[in-house]
Design a protein around this ligand. Structure first.
Ligand code: ATP
Ligand code: MG
Length: 439
């Protein structure tokens, strides 16, 4: 490796060692004939002292250039060390410096923690935007959310599946499809792994999950919608009802948040985020909550979904009433749910489905699926869907299909809500929306 140490790891006990660091030139402060260079890598910043000769060598080096420094670790004089200094109690007395790769000037965006560059410009230069700790921390945390999720499903003995993203046609009603030419036919980019999740429960795997891209041609320009996002989907067989699915999600949420608190302490602190693990996630009926919303002056008609404002109000309600950042909302109207959601026997206007809200924003939708072919056919007819056209989907209900259910969660939204990010675009490396196809 080019370096013997990284910037973050040096301690007072390293004083006296000769080491090599290599990183980005964060700042060069020339003070008369000598100078102080702040060298940055992914672990932190180290102050480097340059004597007269080395200052002459480095004085025209540009910010963000890649620089190598050899030198002696020195303990800094007590009176120079401020507690809050990122560079801590040591500094490197350089004996040799090398410009490994020069950065051009000017930089196209501001590379400093408190930036005034607008999000669009930042996203155009995301790799430079990420030189900032604030941004890097988001993606270190997102990575941990991902790996902790895998760990959870692995531990619960779910089988990871990878299903096609090039598909014949979507099963999800309502959601917009991206159509693409496919050898003289038209294909669609998968809007959900729904069909396949169910297929592989029925295959005998019983419990499956997939973490993969989902494509939706959403024209909207909201702070929570992307046209390509990462879905965390799971599906499980032999459930009694949708409560079993919620039980598992609740276990997942607690596992995830507990692990995140532990494993991302430093990053969360730097972002000013406190994670609260719910003791229990309240499960509330939309039918009841509509009445409460109405009292607040917010009308949600019986055959309508909650809108963003309704979700926000309910988020505030559960925070105040149950001290919970999470809530399961139950009993969504049949009119707004897809044909494969099961309905309770005693009320055909609602579904055995739920949404999971996190700090007042939907992060997941789940349900018990209808597994009885005759009922499914009636439900298709009611929604004006020609089930015969989805022959391979129909087949999975013909040869022994256990009662089952599952959920689709969004990794981007979970990250956004966990870190209190205003825009979901902050939570994904390279967002796709109606305007953005590059970089
Ligand atoms: P919304 O009502 O917020 O548009 P939805 O109900 O259409 O979402 P679902 O089909 O229920 O979305 O998808 C499951 C989960 O996938 C959502 O709860 C959300 O976490 C995530 N998700 C859905 N659409 C998007 C999107 N366009 N961008 C980012 N995440 C999304
Ligand atoms: Mg939904």
């Amino acid at each position: 490796m080019l370096r013997t140490h990284t910037c973050g790891e040096l301690r007072e006990s390293d004083a006296g060692k000769t080491i090599t660091l290599c990183g980005w030139l964060d700042t060069l402060r020339v003070a008369g004939k000598i100078s102080f260079m702040l060298l940055r890598d992914r672990n932190g910043i180290t102050q480097v002292f340059l004597d007269k000769a080395l200052t002459e060598q480095a004085q025209h080096w540009k910010k963000e250039s890649v620089v190598l420094v050899e030198g002696l670790v020195n303990k800094r004089p007590e009176n120079q060390v401020k507690k809050e200094m990122a560079t801590g109690a040591i500094e490197l007395g350089a004996t040799r410096i090398e410009l490994v790769n020069a950065a051009e000037t000017p930089l196209p965006i501001e590379v400093q923690e408190e930036t005034t560059t607008q999000i669009d410009k930042r996203l155009d230069y995301r790799f430079l935007d990420m030189r900032r700790d604030k941004v890097k921390n988001i993606f270190k945390i997102r990575s941990k959310i991902y790996s902790t999720t895998v760990q959870f499903f692995d531990q619960e003995e779910f089988v990871a599946i990878q299903t096609p993203k090039l598909t014949a046609s979507g099963v999800e009603s309502g959601a917009e499809e991206f159509k693409i030419p496919y050898f003289g036919k038209m294909a669609s980019l998968a809007q959900s792994p729904q069909v396949y999740k169910q297929m592989f429960v029925v295959s005998g795997l019983e419990k499956v999950y997939e973490i993969a891209p989902i494509f939706r041609a959403e024209k909207s320009h909201t702070t929570r919608h992307l046209t390509e996002f990462i879905g965390i989907d799971f599906e499980m067989g032999f459930i009694k009802d949708e409560q079993d699915v919620m039980d598992l999600i609740e276990k997942y949420v607690k596992f995830l948040l507990t692990h995140m608190k532990e494993s991302c302490k430093a990053e969360l602190t730097e972002l000013g985020v406190t994670i609260e693990v719910p003791k229990e996630i309240p499960r509330l009926s939309l039918i009841e909550m509509r009445k409460w919303l109405k009292e607040k002056g917010k009308i949600i008609p019986e055959d309508e979904d909650l809108d963003a404002e309704g979700e926000k109000l309910i988020g505030e309600y559960v925070k105040e009433r149950y001290n919970s950042d999470f809530v399961f909302m139950l009993d969504y109207p049949w009119a707004k749910r897809p044909f494969y959601h099961m309905r309770p026997d005693n009320n055909k206007n609602i579904t055995k489905s739920f949404d999971l809200l996190y700090k007042g924003v939907e992060i997941g939708t789940g349900a018990q699926r209808e597994h009885r072919l005759d009922v499914l056919e009636v439900q298709c007819a009611e929604k004006d869907i020609d089930f015969k056209k989805m022959a391979f989907y129909r087949d999975i209900f013909r040869y022994g299909c256990p009662p089952h259910g599952g959920v689709g969660l969004g990794l981007d939204r979970i990250t956004q809500q966990m870190l209190n990010l205003e825009n979901v675009r902050e939570a994904i490396l390279l967002p796709r929306d109606p305007e953005r196809l590059t970089p």
